[in-house]
Design a protein around this ligand. Structure first.
Ligand SMILES: NC(=O)c1ccc[n+]([C@@H]2O[C@H](COP(=O)([O-])OP(=O)(O)OC[C@H]3O[C@@H](n4cnc5c(N)ncnc54)[C@H](O)[C@@H]3O)[C@@H](O)[C@H]2O)c1
Length: 332
């Protein structure tokens, strides 16, 4: 039995991971701490989860020292996912990104000093690398964040590392590449493309659509995070681990697969002005996650996209309300 505290568990990856761990590790006690920003959504939890006595939801902010202290006192494992996450929003206003992503991480790390937690899994991002200067991108790739979001995440990533070095705390830093799947807020590129295509609206593609990312289906990512919870902490302590597929795919290809699957015309693709600082290429070096976590993603992109499309087709009530609230942005 482990007591797992998941910050940001009402968001996209967090809710998928909470669901995953409750179903795979039935003896675990799982608590989610989430501030329910526009991206956090209680509808991401199923009825089964609410009825599960091993699941607790705590509405609160990671910057609230008292709440964090109380929750960490009762945790064996912390998986820290809470963050402001949308690159475009960080370009409009970086304040909440610095505050939540950096300061919030510091509040959690300070609490970690006071409590004997078995492990703290810090979720960083591949965005900290910036555009690939060498491929595939290993964990030693230089950090050249190209947006305020990426820079805030890089700050938190290195802060977490410094707490490992300085205080010898059991911290693991995970850098996922782009994730996609059910319950992703429809401002992000793949759900925006899918939901726009369903509604016969244009798919806004930045620049000429040739920039690439390494895309991981969220269930595979959850499996890797579960491995990070299970593997002997002495093997993981202080390590940085990329999570990705080792395959990169450009945006035009993603748009094409989505439109074909939904039987919509390719003419829905609409090229829009590129955003400043746009990362051109991302491709993950996967050997470290194979060795340390004994993990490789199982889902190939077309299959994962089809499953994601099916989920959005089956859950219009989930995304239509969010889009109506006016939080539609141009994509990541
Ligand atoms: N989605 C991706 O492709 C991707 C890739 C790499 C890394 N990541 C990282 O994974 C994590 C989760 O990403 P996501 O896509 O699920 O994000 P998301 O935006 O869907 O969810 C973030 C969650 O954090 C919560 N939150 C925000 N500020 C908070 C605060 N101050 N206190 C408590 N909760 C707060 C939100 O309510 C939301 O539930 C983030 O750290 C992100 O940087 C995401």
């Amino acid at each position: 039995m482990k007591r797992v505290l998941i910050t940001g568990g009402a968001g996209f990856i967090g809710s998928n991971f909470t669901k995953y761990i409750l179903s795979r590790q039935p003896d675990y006690l799982v608590t989610v701490l989430d501030a329910l920003t526009y991206c956090g959504n209680l509808n991401n939890f199923t009825q089964d989860m609410w009825e599960n006595p091993h699941f607790t939801f705590w509405h609160g902010d990671i910057r609230d020292k008292e709440a964090v202290d109380n929750l960490m006192r009762q945790a064996d494992v912390v998986v820290h996912l809470a963050a402001e996450t949308h690159v475009d929003r960080s370009i409009d206003n970086s304040d909440p990104f610095i505050s939540t992503d950096v300061k919030g991480a510091q509040v959690l790390l300070e609490a970690l000093r006071r409590h004997s937690v078995e492990r703290f899994i810090h979720i960083s991002t591949s965005e900290v690398y910036g555009t690939a200067t060498e491929v595939p991108m290993t964990e030693n790739h230089p950090l050249n964040p190209r947006s305020p979001y990426a820079a805030a995440k890089a700050g938190a990533d290195r802060l977490a590392y410094s707490y490992f070095v300085t205080y010898d705390l059991p911290i693991v830093i995970i850098r996922p590449f782009n994730a996609y799947g059910p319950n992703q807020y429809p401002e992000k590129m793949i759900p925006l493309f899918i939901t726009n295509a369903i509604e016969d609206k244009p798919l806004p593609v930045y620049g000429d659509g040739t920039f690439t990312r390494d895309w991981t289906y969220v269930e595979d990512l959850c499996q890797a995070l579960d491995r990070a919870v299970q593997v002997d902490i002495e093997r993981l302590k202080g390590e940085v681990i990329n999570l990705g597929t080792g395959v990169d795919t450009d945006i035009n290809t993603i748009a094409k697969i989505i439109l074909e699957r939904l039987e919509k015309p390719q003419s829905l693709v609409s090229f829009v002005e590129d955003r400043p600082g746009h990362v051109q290429k991302h491709i993950c070096a996967t050997s470290k996650s194979k060795v340390l976590l004994d993990w490789s993603p199982a889902t190939e992109l077309p299959n994962g996209l089809h499953r994601t499309i099916d989920w959005y087709l089956e859950h219009p009530e989930w995304w239509k309300r969010l889009k109506k609230e006016g939080d539609e942005h141009v994509p990541v």
